[in-house]
Design a protein around this ligand. Structure first.
Ligand SMILES: [Zn+2]
Length: 451
C-alpha cells in the first residue's frame, strides 16, 4: 500500500482536456498518483466529494505595487486575495513598483519583497521602456517571464510609454532572447487628440472619459503591434483586449503566421460601459469597459478558443485616488483578483455553457504553455506541483466587503450574486486557504520560465 502526505478523494478533476473522477496522491509537494479509488494511506485525507478540482489559477497580469507602493496593495494582501480565489501563481507587472522593474537591480528588489511576503508563487515581468534596451538581456538572465510595454501613457511617470521605435527595437531583442513582449495596446495619438478636444470643452464626466478611449484607439494599436511582431518574429502577447473586434485582428494575424497570444479580463466579460456610469470610479480602467456588442464578441471568441488567457489585471489604489470629481484624474484600475473564478463560473459555465476544461485552459494551462513555465506548473498530471483549487460549482455567494482580502476593500463587484466558490487552495501540497481563512505563512517562490 502506498503512502502519501496528502490524499484527495472523490473529487472531479478538471484538466485542460476533460473532467474525470480521480483521487490525487501527493508527496513532497507533487502529484505522484492519479487514479480512480486510489489504494493507499496518507497523513491527511481530504474528502472532495461533490467538488471540482482545478489547477491553481495562474494569473499573468497583476499589479501588486511592491516595492514602493505597498500602500496601494502589496504582495501580502494581494497574494492572499488571489489564494482565496483559487490562485497559486501570479505574474507581477513592472510599472507600479518603485523602482519599476526595468533592470537587474530592480528585479532583485522585487523578488526579495515577494519572497518575504507572498503567500503563493510568483513570476516577474520586466519592463520595456525607451531607455532600458540595454537591460533586457540581464532581465532575461534573471528570469523575467517577458517584457511589458505601453503603447500609450501608463499613468506612472517613471514608466514611460514605448514609442514605435522602442517597441520595434525591444521586439527584435526579445525575439533573440526568446521572450514574449506584452503590450498595452491603445493608440497614444487617438487618445491624446480625443482627450484634448474633450478637456478643451471642460469635459470631466465618466461618459467623457469613455469617449476619450474609443475602440478604434485599441484596434489601431493592436494592428500596429501585430505588424511589428510579424516583422521582427517576436512572440507578442496583447493584454486586456476589451472587444471582439480586437480578438478578430489577432486571430487573423495568427492565421497568417504571427506568433501572437492574447488575454481578456473578467471585467470586460462581466461589466459593461453602462456600469462605469452606475458604479463610477471603481469601474474605471483602460481600455475602458465597452458596450454590449463588443462584450458579446469577446464571449464568442472565448468559446471558439481564440483567446489564450484570462488575467485579472488586478490594479488597486488607495481609496482617496478614486474620489476626484474630474473622472479623468481618478486612478484607473479594477480590483477583482479574488473573484476571477466565480465570475467566470457564473457568466461562463452557468450562463453560456462554457465547458469547465475551457476555463482551465484560460486560467492556468495556456498561460503555463505560452510563457514556457516549468512542466510542473499549470497541469494536473503525475510529477506536477500539487497546485490545486477545490471548487464548489453550485455554492452561491454574494460579494461583500467583509470577505475581501485586499488592502483596500473595494471592488466593482460588491453586492453581485455569484455561483461557484473556492473552498480550498493548495500550493505545492500545502493548504494555504480553507473555508474562508488563510491558513498558512507566506510560501511564495520565484518561478522562472525555461530558457
Ligand atoms: Zn495592467
Amino acid at each position: 500500500m502506498r503512502n502519501f502526505d496528502l490524499l484527495i478523494r472523490g473529487g472531479s478533476v478538471v484538466t485542460h482536456a476533460e473532467v474525470r473522477r480521480l483521487d490525487i496522491g501527493i508527496a513532497a509537494g507533487q502529484i505522484i498518483a492519479l487514479e480512480i479509488d486510489l489504494n493507499g494511506s496518507a497523513t491527511e485525507t481530504i474528502d472532495a466529494t461533490g467538488l471540482h478540482i482545478f489547477p491553481g489559477l495562474i494569473d499573468a497580469h497583476v499589479h501588486f505595487n511592491e516595492p514602493g507602493r505597498s500602500d496601494w496593495e502589496g504582495f501580502a494582501t494581494g497574494s492572499r486575495a488571489f489564494a482565496a480565489g483559487g490562485g497559486t501563481l501570479f505574474f507581477d507587472m513592472p510599472l507600479n513598483s518603485s523602482p519599476p522593474t526595468i533592470d537587474g537591480a530592480s528585479f532583485d528588489k522585487k523578488v526579495a519583497a515577494a519572497e518575504a511576503s507572498s503567500l503563493v508563487d510568483f513570476a516577474i515581468w520586466g519592463g520595456l521602456v525607451p531607455d532600458n534596451l540595454s537591460s533586457l538581456e540581464e532581465l532575461s538572465r534573471r528570469g523575467v517571464v517577458g517584457f511589458k510595454a505601453f503603447m500609450t501613457d501608463s499613468g506612472i511617470d517613471d514608466f514611460p510609454r514605448a514609442d514605435d521605435h522602442t517597441l520595434r527595437a525591444g521586439m527584435k531583442q526579445a525575439a533573440r532572447l526568446n521572450k514574449v513582449v506584452a503590450v498595452h495596446a491603445e493608440s497614444q495619438e487617438i487618445i491624446r487628440a480625443k482627450t484634448q478636444q474633450l478637456l478643451h470643452a471642460r469635459a470631466s464626466s465618466a461618459r467623457d472619459y469613455l469617449d476619450s478611449r474609443p475602440i478604434e484607439a485599441e484596434l489601431d494599436a493592436i494592428a500596429r503591434a501585430l505588424e511589428m511582431a510579424g516583422e521582427t518574429g517576436c512572440a507578442l502577447h496583447i493584454v486586456h483586449v476589451s472587444c471582439g473586434a480586437g480578438i478578430a485582428l489577432i486571430a487573423s494575424a495568427r492565421k497568417h503566421g504571427v506568433n501572437v497570444s492574447c488575454e481578456t479580463c473578467p471585467h470586460y466579460l462581466t461589466l459593461l460601459e453602462d456600469d462605469v456610469l452606475k458604479i463610477g470610479a471603481l469601474a474605471k480602467c483602460a481600455p475602458p469597459l465597452r458596450p454590449k456588442p463588443a462584450q458579446d464578441g469577446l464571449w464568442e471568441y472565448l468559446k471558439s478558443d481564440q483567446i489564450t488567457a484570462i488575467g485579472s489585471d488586478h490594479s488597486p489604489s488607495p481609496p482617496e485616488m478614486k474620489t476626484d470629481p474630474n473622472f479623468f484624474k481618478v486612478w484607473g484600475g479594477i480590483s477583482g483578483i479574488q473573484h476571477t473564478l466565480p465570475l467566470m463560473i457564473t457568466e461562463g459555465i452557468d450562463k453560456r455553457q462554457l465547458p469547465s476544461p475551457a476555463l482551465v485552459r484560460l486560467t492556468s494551462f495556456n498561460v503555463a504553455q505560452r510563457f514556457n513555465l516549468p512542466p510542473a506548473k499549470g497541469r494536473i498530471v503525475i510529477n506536477s506541483d500539487a497546485d490545486l483549487a477545490l471548487v464548489d460549482l453550485q455554492q452561491r455567494q454574494d460579494v461583500n466587503s467583509a470577505d475581501l482580502l485586499y488592502r483596500h476593500r473595494q471592488t466593482p463587484y460588491l453586492g453581485r450574486a455569484l455561483t461557484g466558490k473556492v473552498v480550498q487552495t493548495i500550493l505545492r501540497g500545502q493548504t494555504v486557504f480553507k473555508n474562508g481563512q488563510i491558513v498558512s505563512k507566506p510560501l511564495g517562490r520565484l518561478i522562472k520560465p525555461i530558457m
